[in-house]
Design a binder for this molecule. Structure first.
Ligand code: ZN
Length: 149
């Protein structure tokens, strides 16, 4: 299904805004650091995540380079998951994966906010990898933090 013109404009504005001025951009020390890349597109992401004692996300920053979708998706993700409990962050991850792959059902669309705009990438399998890059890095960081405790 084609996006309406309004949605397409909004999508472009949001992607452009976040890729030009990514939020939570930078590095953290004393944290879990995960590097992710997407060789088919040339995207690279370094994700820095600080977990609190309960495994929730106390702080998160990223840097990297690549296409607008990879950077914008990571930027929007950090806003949504920062300060989240672990189970909440996992639920968003699962929902976002459903949004961009079109597989499975989305449990809490409201929690994703602007990220829903990325559902247009469903039609482009290469772009799904771009949109998921930062999320896969977050997933890996959460797995590593679980191992440590
Ligand atoms: Zn890309």
């Amino acid at each position: 299904m084609a996006l309406s013109d309004d949605l397409r404009d909004l999508y472009q504005q949001v992607i452009l805004d976040h890729s030009k001025s990514p939020r939570n951009h930078g590095q953290l020390t004393d944290c879990v650091h995960v590097h992710g890349d997407n060789p088919t597109c040339g995207d690279e992401i370094d994700m820095y995540v600080k977990f609190n004692d309960e495994g929730g996300i106390a702080d998160i920053k990223f840097d990297g380079q690549g296409c607008a979708i990879s950077q914008a998706s990571a930027s929007m993700m950090t806003i949504k998951v920062k300060g989240s409990r672990r189970d909440k962050a996992m639920a968003m991850l699962k929902d976002f994966r459903s949004v961009v792959t079109g597989e499975g059902s989305v449990q809490d669309e409201d929690a994703l906010g602007e990220l829903i705009l990325l559902e247009g990438v469903q039609k482009f399998p290469q772009r799904v990898k771009c949109a998921m890059l930062g999320w896969r890095a977050l997933e890996q960081a959460m797995q590593e933090s679980a191992k440590e405790s």
